[in-house]
Structure formats: C-alpha cells, structure tokens
Design a protein around this ligand. Structure first.
Ligand code: PRP
Ligand code: ADE
Length: 186
C-alpha cells in the first residue's frame, strides 16, 4: 500500500482498505458458511495498526481496566487492545481449556448449545471491561461473555468487534445497556 493513513479520525479510504483486505472463504469450516478471514489484515503492518486504532477509538478515555478476548481469534487483537489501553487481558475459552476454577455459560447455537468459561478470579467487582472478538455473527458467544463478566461483578463498558455480520442480527442478542462498536459491517 502506497498511501498512508492517519492514526485518528479514520477516514472512509482507510475503512475501505480494511474491508477489501478481509478474505471471504466459501464453505469453510463447513458447506454454506462464508468465512470471514482476518489474517490478511493481521499480516499487513499498516492495516493491523488501522484495525487496532479503529477498535480502540470509542474507548480511549473510558478507563478500561480489563480487555476480555474470546477464543481464539479474539485473543490476537484483544491482547494488543489491552496493551494500548494499559489494561489487563482476560481470556474467555471454550469449555475445558482453562486450568483453574471457572465460571461457565452455555448458549444457544443455530443448532444445539456451546459452553464458554472464564477464570473465577479474572474479573473483580469494579473492573471496567471491554469485550473483544473478531466477528459478531449470531451474537451468542458475545451474549454469554457479557453474562460471565457481569456475574463476576465487572462493568461491561463496551463490546468491540472488527466485523459485524449484519444479516445475522447478533447485536439484538446483547443487552440494551451494553454499547456495541463494530468497525466493518459485512
Ligand atoms: O456471534 P456468534 O454466532 O456466536 O459467532 C461468533 C464467534 O464465532 C467465531 O469463533 P469460532 O467459534 O469460529 O472459534 P475460533 O475463533 O476459535 O475459530 C468468532 O471468532 C466468534 O468467536
Ligand atoms: N462467517 C463467519 N466468518 C468468520 N467467523 C465467524 N463466526 C461465525 N460466523 C463466522
């Protein structure tokens, strides 16, 4: 890319460059799924910086104390967000992956259910939490993550997603009091 982008006030050109870099892979991981692959953004230094800046923008002055990243793709940018916000990082993982005592939440998938977990001591009452994932699709994973954080006594200051699959209306599953920030709507 020849053109430079400002770090703040992200313009339409920058957003378009990010959008163009998202790769759609048909029929992955199963037939009928149009998979949104963020790895071209991750691998490109300038686009990676743009993605981080865009995710951070509404939360810079929010005194976030913990960024919660959702397994597994939410760990990648989530760790960087925590570093930029000078916050801690908390992994939310699929059932059975975390070593210590956990809180668990089970949520509805399109067919069936899934369970995610967070360490019991990862969030303290008074923590100001930013939840991050790469994609919000049906919203089930994010909805369950909000429940985990609130059960632990944290305040969800916002949820930041790089990609919102708007047709699936995932944001409707999140509680009305939680601000939702999505960088790209696909
Ligand atoms: O809004 P939802 O319908 O709940 O879907 C969104 C979730 O699906 C994807 O994760 P996936 O389960 O593919 O796991 P991975 O990140 O480990 O690949 C994505 O990274 C979100 O975590
Ligand atoms: N289509 C999709 N692409 C990437 N991640 C997803 N998570 C749920 N649906 C997805």
């Amino acid at each position: 890319m020849e053109q430079g982008y400002p770090r703040t006030n992200m313009n339409e050109t920058a957003l378009e460059a990010l959008k163009q870099a998202i790769r759609t892979v048909p029929d992955f991981p199963e037939p009928g799924i149009q998979f949104k692959d963020i790895t071209p953004v991750l691998g490109h230094p300038e686009l990676l910086r743009l993605a981080i800046d865009a995710l951070l923008a509404p939360f810079q002055e929010e005194a976030i104390t913990k960024v919660v990243g959702i397994e597994s793709r939410g760990f990648i940018l989530g760790g960087m967000l925590a570093h930029h916000l000078e916050a801690g990082f908390v992994p939310v993982r699929k059932k059975g992956k975390l070593p210590y005592q956990t809180l668990a939440e089970t949520y509805q998938l399109e067919y069936g259910t899934d369970t995610i977990e967070m360490h019991v001591d990862a969030i303290k009452p008074g923590d100001r939490v930013l939840i991050h994932d790469d994609v919000i699709a049906t919203g089930g994973t994010a909805e369950a993550t909000v429940r985990l954080v609130e059960r632990a006594g944290g305040q969800v200051v916002g949820c930041a997603f790089l990609i919102e699959l708007t047709a699936l209306q995932g944001r409707k599953r999140l509680p009305a009091h939680v601000p939702i920030h999505t960088v790209l709507q696909l």
